[in-house]
Design a protein around this ligand. Structure first.
Ligand SMILES: NC(=O)c1ccc[n+]([C@@H]2O[C@H](COP(=O)([O-])OP(=O)(O)OC[C@H]3O[C@@H](n4cnc5c(N)ncnc54)[C@H](OP(=O)(O)O)[C@@H]3O)[C@@H](O)[C@H]2O)c1
Length: 234
């Protein structure tokens, strides 16, 4: 049985050009949503209910423009916001470029705040909204030479937990997803790891997002951690 009502089927997905974000867009479209995807490079996705917007999440002004344009394209404020855009770079603490450190926080943490601070007032007016933040298992533990990324994903976890407590009385759900390794372009910039088939599939993360979304109105998935069963293969 579907719990999510038809009037809630409008979504913004950040980081929609590839990987997990693209898989989430595809699944939401299949479920009858209107979807606006934000990214810098743009998505090749073609669908009557899909709209693509160029946006760098680290730039607050561009996020504000993207949000206003999304409302116009959807014909209403989005009921669902998936904060998925993000990236990770590896490096020893004394070797990490300051600009890389700052950019990771700008996209993974500040960007998620820029979009959510715009969506929340509209969600409050509607009396329904769902924000889903994509953290990582890097948001639950330390990983050597990944301190910046780990720091951003711990921040996403703490922010998500604070927001769900702050917003639940307004009918707004906030869920946080913690994937282990997923076979996407995420690892292109990380020399020590090569994406491979033993990692999870992006479409399975999208199914977990759908599981968070498609619940009874009084059922709130706060955290969901997912990992590959056999990360080293059979
Ligand atoms: N893959 C994994 O193992 C894994 C595990 C746990 C969590 N995650 C998280 O899952 C999310 C998606 O990652 P993925 O695995 O799908 O990686 P991906 O294939 O590299 O996709 C990353 C997405 O984020 C977008 N993005 C990056 N920087 C951006 C910026 N400044 N402004 C707007 N969009 C930006 C990219 O679009 P453009 O480059 O076109 O801007 C792309 O659409 C990230 O938050 C990541 O931290 C991934």
């Amino acid at each position: 049985m579907n719990y999510i009502k038809n009037e809630y089927k409008s979504a913004i997905v950040t980081g929609s050009s590839k990987g997990i974000g693209l898989a989430i867009c595809e699944l939401l479209l299949k479920e009858g949503f209107k979807v606006v995807g934000w990214s810098r490079s743009g998505s090749e996705l073609k669908h009557d209910n899909y709209f693509d917007i160029s946006c760098d999440m680290s730039d607050r002004k561009r996020v504000e423009k993207a949000y206003a344009k999304s409302t116009e394209l959807l014909g209403e404020a989005a009921a669902v916001l998936i904060n998925n855009a993000g990236f990770g770079l590896a490096g020893k603490v004394e070797e990490m470029e300051v600009s890389d450190w700052e950019n990771m926080f700008a996209v993974n943490v500040h960007g998620l705040f820029y979009s959510s601070r715009l969506a929340v007032p509209d969600m409050k007016k509607r009396g329904f909204g769902h924000i889903i933040n994509i953290s990582s298992i890097a948001g639950t533990t330390g990983i050597e030479q990944m301190s910046a990324y780990v720091g951003t994903k711990h921040a996403v976890r703490g922010i998500s937990h604070s927001w769900y407590k702050e917003l639940r009385q307004d009918g707004i759900k906030v869920s946080c997803v913690y994937p282990g390794s997923v076979n996407t372009n995420f690892f292109d910039e990380i020399a020590a790891v090569t994406a491979n088939e033993n990692m999870m599939r992006a479409e399975d993360i999208a199914e977990s997002v759908w599981h968070c979304l498609n619940t009874h109105e009084n059922y709130h998935v706060v955290d969901i951690e997912v990992r590959p069963l056999r990360p080293k293969g059979k």
